[in-house]
Design a protein around this ligand. Structure first.
Ligand SMILES: Nc1ncnc2c1ncn2[C@@H]1O[C@H](COP(=O)(O)OP(=O)(O)O)[C@@H](O)[C@H]1O
Ligand SMILES: [Mg+2]
Length: 317
């Protein structure tokens, strides 16, 4: 069975500098499978290798080693291109075309028949909420409008696989919500989606499965639920009347402490709660609140980055 995306031991080293004698390892033996019909989130800090992975799948960049297949085909094959829709990270479309002309061009290049084209173009322009601005030149568009018209361009030829590189960055909350709704609507239509981002709430809202990428490696993979519940339960304790120094001197294990005004907000593993409470009270501190703390995707992201902090960004070789 072929999957929409299969990446195996994929590595990419860029050459830099005037003499091309400096090298950056952007991907290091990456493995990734995206299954039919899912929204797959590729999550990672800046420089993790997300865009490089996408560009290899689109045949814009050539890998140094390993394989990347789109529906079982090499990215360079014309078939692979036709099955794909792509929203680039920083879209720069032809500025002097109107939104409608731009989407029509994409429809033509994407193989939408001329009989079907006008209706399909109008349909996707409506879907992205650009009906009122379709006859305006693209150079007059705001960032959010640009993002939407480029999304219309990416879906107009009914691709089976939609690749979105940071589709919501730079958008206001309303724009982000609209893009998220559109992603979910495309999934309902059976489109497989690869969604790359460093915006964590978006991932929680739309992704079926995610992989966290740091330094060109996959450091986590699973469903959002698996990733946030497989970890140890945490408790959040609010402590008053105890200085940070005195708290540290207690020697109780904790994950995080934040001083907020006169209070200390302590996060610890459930198993350490009793010991923490006893020592805080014995030292004259007061415990004013105790809550189960859900291990969030954000915690996971930060934990994954800390574990591999020496690998954030591409590795200079
Ligand atoms: N064309 C390029 N030439 C040289 N280095 C590059 C190029 N594109 C990306 N890189 C480097 O590769 C690493 C991964 O970049 P990228 O794939 O853009 O990450 P992300 O999309 O996750 O932010 C970074 O260190 C980046 O500086
Ligand atoms: Mg990127």
């Amino acid at each position: 069975m072929t999957h929409p995306i299969e990446v195996h031991q994929l590595s990419k080293t860029y050459r830099l500098g005037f003499l091309m004698n400096r090298r950056v390892r952007a991907l290091d033996k990456l493995d990734l499978t995206v299954r039919e019909g899912e929204v797959f989130g590729l999550l990672g800090p800046n420089g993790a290798g997300k865009s490089t992975t996408i560009k290899i799948l689109l045949n814009l960049v050539r890998q140094s080693s390993g394989t990347a297949l789109v529906f079982g085909r090499e990215p360079s094959s014309a078939d692979a291109r036709r099955l794909l829709g792509y929203l680039p990270e920083n879209p720069a479309p032809y500025e002097y075309l109107t939104g409608r002309e731009f989407v029509t061009l994409a429809a033509t290049l994407g193989g939408v028949s001329s009989a079907d084209r006008p209706a399909r173009v109008s349909q996707v322009i409506e879907m992205v909420g650009m009906g009122q601005h379709a006859s305006l030149q693209i150079r007059r568009y705001s960032k959010g409008m640009l993002q939407r018209i480029c999304l219309a361009q990416a879906i107009v030829h009914r691709p089976k696989l939609l690749i979105l590189d940071e589709p919501t960055s730079g958008l206001d909350p309303v724009g982000r919500r609209q893009i998220r709704d559109l992603i979910l609507e495309e999934r309902r239509n059976g489109t497989t989606i690869l969604f790359c981002t460093h915006v964590i709430p978006d991932v929680e809202a739309v992704c079926d499965r995610i992989a966290v990428l740091v330094g060109g490696n996959r450091v986590r993979e699973g469903t959002v639920n698996e990733l946030v519940t497989s970890s140890v339960p945490l408790v959040e304790v609010t402590v008053e009347s105890l200085s940070r120094e005195k708290f540290d001197a207690l020697g109780v294990p904790f994950n995080e402490v934040h001083a907020i005004g006169e209070r200390l907000l302590v996060r610890t593993e459930d198993a350490h709660t009793q010991a923490l409470l006893q020592k805080v009270l014995a030292a004259g501190g007061r415990v004013t609140r105790l809550l189960p703390a859900r291990f969030s995707l954000e915690d996971l992201f930060i934990q994954a980055m800390n574990e591999s902090h020496h690998r954030v960004g591409g590795r200079l070789l």
